[in-house]
Design a protein around this ligand. Structure first.
Ligand SMILES: [Zn+2]
Length: 88
């Protein structure tokens, strides 16, 4: 399993509105901060600037249950790696 632990019975299938990443997460919430583009909160800003708010750009498309968890995980992880294992 790539996105969620082995034995996961239900998880959320998310798509990011900013970078179009699709991923699974064991948390099921309506929106979450994208793990790919959403964590780049700039801490170098001046003290007078507003505190940056984490943008929850990834939205829940659907919940995935049972055998579909492994199926989605496999399909999505193949899409991410593109079948190119030379980086390992
Ligand atoms: Zn993103």
């Amino acid at each position: 399993m790539y996105y969620v632990p082995d034995g996961t019975e239900v998880c959320g299938f998310y798509e990011c509105e900013d970078c179009d990443s699709r991923f699974l997460n064991i948390r099921i919430v309506p929106r979450m901060v994208c793990p790919y583009c959403g964590k780049a909160v700039d801490m170098e800003i001046g003290p007078d600037d507003e505190t940056p708010v984490e943008r929850e750009a990834a939205k829940l498309l659907q919940t995935v249950e049972g055998e579909d968890v492994e199926k989605y995980d496999t399909l999505l992880s193949l899409a991410v790696t593109g079948g190119d294992y030379s980086w390992i």
